[in-house]
Design a protein around this ligand. Structure first.
Ligand code: UDP
Length: 234
């Protein structure tokens, strides 16, 4: 096993499957199956989930809403996804805890770093909900922050593409995939891996990022075993 403690970032959109909005339960079940494969190996797993399938503060602002207000709504959207994921994990027989950056004591534990680490040590998957708890951030930033806080070995970002490409592979067929790339080359080539706040936090704390296609079954386990899946930024 190459990685022992891992932070998985899933975007809200990855939960939509082929739907246009909301949550595709069949897709969630598939993710839970892949997650089970790695928790069975003894991997300590934290998960940060986005909310873009339901609500984004920036888009709300374009419609005339106050940005901060919209961002809090976005953070609540991540909690809906987090609860859906927790339910799928439970059905798959995975022990998990949901920790929220915004207090919601009836449905989640408050985020306390030491508590999160304790859950991981006990083999529970920890879902970090409500992003960082602050407006003007994203769940990518939450993923970087939590990964650093829990001393994760790596942050793995599940997407619907196979890794980082020279250009957008969904728009340009001449795009080529990188197997590995340095942080500096991501900057200088203007590649979009995460937003800059999140990305810089990883660079400054020497936290490698792996971008991979989570819709290919078994990929999560392959990464944990050290197979060259996706693109690694280090
Ligand atoms: N958000 C926020 N602070 C955070 C994390 C998220 O304000 O720390 C809000 C923000 O409005 C964001 C929305 O929640 O647009 C959903 O998160 P994100 O866009 O990161 O989700 P993803 O793109 O991963 O689905």
């Amino acid at each position: 096993m190459k990685y022992k403690r891992v932070l998985l970032k899933l975007s809200g959109e990855s939960l939509m499957g082929d739907k246009q909005f909301g949550i595709d339960n069949a897709r969630l079940t598939k993710y839970a199956e892949q997650i089970k494969e790695i928790t069975d190996l003894g991997v300590e797993l934290g998960i940060v989930i986005g909310g873009g399938n339901i609500f984004r503060g920036v888009q709300a602002e374009e419609g005339g809403m106050d940005r901060t207000h919209g961002d809090y709504m976005g953070m609540l959207a991540t909690m809906i996804n987090a609860m859906a994921l927790q339910s799928a994990l439970e059905t798959a027989g995975i022990d998990s805890r949901l920790l929220s950056a915004i207090e919601m004591k009836e449905i989640a534990e408050p985020y306390v770093r030491r508590r999160a680490v304790r859950h991981l040590e006990k083999g529970r998957v920890v879902i970090f909900g409500a992003g960082t708890g602050n407006p003007y951030f994203t769940t990518d930033s939450a993923a970087s922050l939590r990964a650093i806080e829990i001393n994760a070995d790596v942050i793995i970002k599940g997407t619907r593409v196979d890794g980082i490409y020279t250009k957008d592979p969904e728009k340009d067929p001449t795009a080529e995939k990188y197997d590995s790339i340095s942080f500096d080359d991501v900057y200088s080539n203007g590649l979009n891996v995460m937003d800059m706040t999140a990305f810089t936090l990883c660079k400054e704390n020497d936290l490698p990022i792996i971008v991979f296609n989570i819709n290919i079954e078994g990929n999560l386990k392959r990464i944990i075993m050290g197979e060259p899946v996706g693109t690694i930024v280090a």
